[in-house]
Design a protein around this ligand. Sequence first.
Ligand code: CA
Length: 371
Amino acid sequence: MKRRSFLKKAGLGLAAASAVAAPAIVRAQAPAVSWRMALSWPKSLDALYGGAEFISKRVSDATGGKFTIKVFAAGEIVGGLQVLDAVQNGTVECGHTANYYYFGKDPTFAFAASIPFGLNARQQNAWMRHGGGLELMREFFKDYNCYNIPAGNTGAQMGGWFRKEIKTVADLKGLKMRIGGTAGLVLATLGVVPQQIAGGDIYPALEKGTIDAAEWVGPYDDEKLGFYKVAKNYYYPAWWEGGTELDLLVNIKAWEALPKDYQAILESACADAYDWVLTKYDAGNPAALKRLVANGVKLLPFSNDIMAACYKASQEVYDGIAAKNAKFNKVYEPWKKFRDEQVQWFSIAENRYDNFMVSAQRSSQRAPAKK
Ligand code: CA
């Protein structure tokens, strides 16, 4: 009894002491973690590079400078298309990239970016967060020692810069085009010779004539990269990139070694960066497009015939991959169902609203209000 009450007292004493001291102890014990992030982007692209810097700053600010992530532009540690390899083998702890660059290893990667006639930015985010996409993709990425966190989106992209006009499907034959991801597989079936080139290296190839056409993102980035100086025909839309997601790939050992609170902070920083990048593009694109058109750029839609031929080709390409690749098929089947349901839903409220706004604005521009 005596011993028991002694223990009870001692226990209370300890509890009281630790309650007072706990906050100081937690702060003192917050470990210093220093990471490196390799990017697929050059510094000049302030929506993409800026998105990666945003993550780094947010993480540092939220941890009182204890968890730092140093950002390296494409080429500083590894080339823009080698980010996955660098994260997978632990050269860097993390990397900011577009996962469709790795479709040559496995086309399944592209679901965590975009595939032709896929989801728009809203739908991609919905699939990842609430449609089972993130679970499916995290399972896939485990085989590459990576933990993937969505961390940006470009929105719907432009179809790119063509030296000559592309009027018919036949005009695609023999065309050497820089194009990202799975779209190359689709266009190859129509005679295009696709090339995968990192963002910072496209301009010289287009200028020299090594390629006939190039696509990157949209007006905000494309203006900075200067494509309009060497190819004047600017096509839309990039039917292969309705809303391209960007990801932070984290080496799985580095992720598992990270304290839980740092993990939560990093996930939150990436979710915030997702929105930051998308809104940066949405806010910057209109003025950039006006400047491009003022510089003599010819804005052209892909014809319905070309779009329809590419749509048909894309379905055949997917069916072909799905028949041979179980990992791809495991994602593709539920993804396709999700996409088809989203297209139906968006056709009701979203599209009707957007289309009405466009026609209302056009008719008010045609006919000034009566006095
Ligand atoms: Ca693109």
